[in-house]
Design a protein around this ligand. Structure first.
Ligand SMILES: Nc1ncnc2c1ncn2[C@@H]1O[C@H](COP(=O)(O)OP(=O)(O)O)[C@@H](O)[C@H]1O
Ligand SMILES: [Mg+2]
Length: 313
């Protein structure tokens, strides 16, 4: 029965009962007697309570739907209101589910496009840094070496320092280029790439350890890239926000799939709102059907976990 008629009927029943009472045992005289006023007030209160209860029961599915609509987050799929209620309400809930399916699909397509554009852009910048800036600095180094060879001893020493600085910059540029495009990932695989990520990850006061399971099922290229990027963002967040002394990167094969874990002993994530970094992790996880969780560690600190189900291997 349509919602309109259900509400109309419920109200009708309440009003009919009231009228029947007025025609039967209840009478009103002018001026109103005290007992009559009491009976009328009681009757009105009972009518209002009955109406409120009936409306609440009838509209509960709508309320559930409204709550679901306001709390739905496309980056965390799965939680949906159950389809219940009658005709129109059930139809509305089903329509909402269909809309969510479509939105989730569109979101997945567009974030796949955005992420692959981002990777391509990183690739290009990395290549330019390596080829252009890297080559120029290498040429400067060679030139400095040549000039230093012909220079008087006092100048030679100063030139030596300039050489050191230039060499440092060259190293830094190569490191940035590697971070932008993890060439080792394509060449040597995920374990080697994660190992070099942790060993190259230096931050004052923070020591990073890694436990990388050598026995992993073969993972697709996309999956490996997602695991790498999540590890990278997890460690960057630890260095940037956690004020931690130790961090650990673990990659292992569990019963539920391949699990990547970055955890630290810092101040914990608290109620900090999620920024572009965490949203990026969620988008990447969705892309390969993996599950991402960010939770506080029992002894303080943050625990980031990405679980890739085995069917992705
Ligand atoms: N390991 C961590 N320890 C403590 N706080 C964290 C950690 N990781 C993330 N956060 C908090 O979560 C927020 C959002 O992180 P993120 O989405 O990566 O954005 P960003 O790093 O750009 O600030 C951070 O600003 C920080 O407050
Ligand atoms: Mg971040």
């Amino acid at each position: 029965m349509p919602l309109y008629w259900r509400i109309f009927l419920l109200n009708g029943v309440v009003l009919l009962a009231a009228t029947a009472l007025l025609l039967g045992p209840v009478t009103v005289s002018t001026p109103v007697l005290l007992t009559e006023a009491a009976v009328l007030t009681g009757g009105l209160a009972a009518m209002l309570v009955a109406n409120a209860l009936l409306l609440r029961v009838g509209l509960a599915p709508l309320e559930r739907l409204t709550r679901a609509m306001t709390t739905t987050d496309l980056l965390r799929p799965g939680r949906r209101p159950a389809v219940s209620g009658h005709a129109e309400i059930a139809e509305l809930i089903t329509a909402f589910h269909t809309m969510l399916d479509r939105l989730e699909e569109e979101r997945a397509t567009s974030s796949a496009r955005a992420l692959s554009a981002q990777e391509a852009e990183r690739h290009r910048i990395s290549q330019e840094l390596h080829d252009e800036v890297g080559q120029t600095l290498t040429a400067v180094l060679l030139e400095l070496k040549r000039v230093a060879g012909d220079a008087p001893p006092a100048v030679r020493e100063e030139l030596g320092q300039v050489q050191e600085t230039t060499r440092g910059s060259l190293e830094e540029i190569r490191r940035i280029a590697r971070r932008l495009r993890p060439g080792v990932l394509a060449e040597l695989g995920l374990t080697a790439a994660l190992k070099s990520l942790t060993t190259e990850f230096t931050h004052p006061g923070l020591s990073v350890r890694h436990h990388l399971d050598p026995d992993l099922p073969p993972l697709g290229r996309d999956t490996e890239l997602v695991l790498y990027r999540v590890a990278q963002e997890g460690l960057t967040n630890t260095a940037r926000h956690a004020r931690a002394r130790h961090a650990e990167l673990t990659l292992r094969h569990t019963a539920s799939g391949v699990e990547l874990r970055v955890h630290d002993d810092g101040g914990g994530i608290g109620a900090a709102p999620e920024g572009a970094g965490i949203r990026g992790m969620r988008e990447r996880a969705l892309l390969i059907g993996a599950r991402l969780s960010l939770e506080p560690c029992p002894g303080g600190g943050t625990d980031v976990r990405l679980t890739v189900p085995d069917r992705n291997s």
